[in-house]
Design a protein around this ligand. Structure first.
Ligand code: SAH
Length: 343
């Protein structure tokens, strides 16, 4: 992958960070998401649904509430970036005794990775999911959408404050090495900053949110790490085997993500006619949906080892020093008056 990317840059010149990120993750043959399974303890990172079934159970309760407010119609249950399919499997298990729900829910998955599609197929085949690479092919019917750690994988551009004002960070090649450079910015960024500071923008993410709002008649739940207010900072991180590595090292072998600017997501959703709830911290959202009570119930039939596990998972998901604060939850509705639970 390194060599392919170097040749692209040698051919057409330095590329912006969004293009670099898009290729490192999504290159059809060598991109990170086109290869094996990045999840789990031996993989590169662990996500909330992989920590505990309680996460999916709370999301299931949220979905049930939305579905009932919509009048319990037949609908598209869309998950964006489902990973191993664990969250959707937990949601379907948690809702199996709800009358009419499984008949009404048509499971659709937005996923680019062939390796992960295969895992999703194994986890979800009884629900006959349909896969998509973009939103255009989704059917026109009421929709409930979930996206956990999806928006953080969409590419960002990095603008950098220099002695001559704002410029755009690019990745160039010097000899055999990737190096950072800058290029002119074709617009004026009205943001105050010290020299060297970075401001991230994600046109791809904004466009995705707007397209989702245009397509969606229903509600969406977006969960990700990020900030509620716009801010300065280089949040692009490369993670391999639970270790932070350099962005420019072993391209295609590390997961690249950034913090989600929820303020920008809100603006994009509203610009496309959507209504926005939150963001609230993940800990507060899960508690509002009853995760503490659920943990107590699970503990009544658990062995001592399982009890410890339940308590540890609960803390990982909700404590502010762990996922509870950095992770935010945002609700979006469009086309219907729905009062979203948890906000
Ligand atoms: N939601 C899962 C996985 C999060 S990782 C969990 O919580 O465990 C990000 C997921 O988004 C992966 O499934 C990845 O393959 C998918 N993905 C990343 N970029 C994508 C894109 N542009 N289009 C569709 N899926 C994408």
């Amino acid at each position: 992958m390194d060599e392919i990317l170097k040749n692209i840059i040698r051919d057409k010149g330095p590329i912006d960070v969004a293009e670099f990120m898009g290729l490192a993750l999504g290159h059809p043959a060598h991109g990170y998401y086109m290869k094996g399974d990045p999840f789990g303890t031996r993989g590169d990172f662990t996500t909330a649904p992989e920590i505990s079934q309680m996460f999916g159970e709370m999301v299931a309760a949220w979905i049930m509430d939305v579905w009932q407010q919509m009048g319990a119609p037949e609908f598209t249950l869309l998950e964006c970036g489902p990973g191993r399919g664990t969250l959707m499997a937990d949601i379907m298990r948690a809702t199996k005794s709800v009358p009419g729900f499984h008949e009404a829910a048509h499971v659709h998955l937005l996923e680019i990775s062939p390796a992960l599609r295969a895992m999703q197929a194994a986890a979800l085949d009884i629900y006959k999911p349909e896969w998509h690479v973009n939103l255009e092919t989704l059917p026109d019917q009421p929709m409930i959408v979930i996206a956990n750690e999806f928006l953080d994988a969409l590419p960002v551009r990095q603008l950098i404050r220099t002695g001559e004002g704002w410029r755009e960070r690019v990745v160039a090649v010097e000899g055999e090495k990737f190096v950072y450079g800058t290029k002119d910015l074709p617009f004026n960024l009205g943001v105050q900053a010290e020299e060297g500071e970075i401001f991230e923008i994600s046109p791809v993410r904004s466009q995705f949110v707007m397209d989702l709002m245009k397509k969606m008649d229903g509600a969406a739940l977006i969960i990700d790490y990020g900030h509620a207010e716009p801010g300065l900072g280089d949040t692009l991180q490369a993670l391999r085997k639970h270790q932070y590595v350099s962005l420019l090292d072993g391209v295609g072998d590390a997961d690249l993500t950034t913090h989600v600017d929820f303020y920008a997501v809100k603006q994009s959703a509203e610009a496309a006619g959507g209504k926005v709830f939150g963001p609230v911290e993940q800990g507060a959202f899960l508690k509002a949906l009853g995760i503490d009570q659920r943990a107590e119930t699970l503990k009544t039939r658990a062995t001592p080892a399982q009890k410890t596990d339940i308590e540890n998972s609960l803390r990982r998901l909700t404590d502010s020093g762990q996922m509870g604060w950095l992770f935010k939850v945002m609700g979006l509705t469009n086309g219907r008056a729905i009062d979203l639970a948890g906000f």
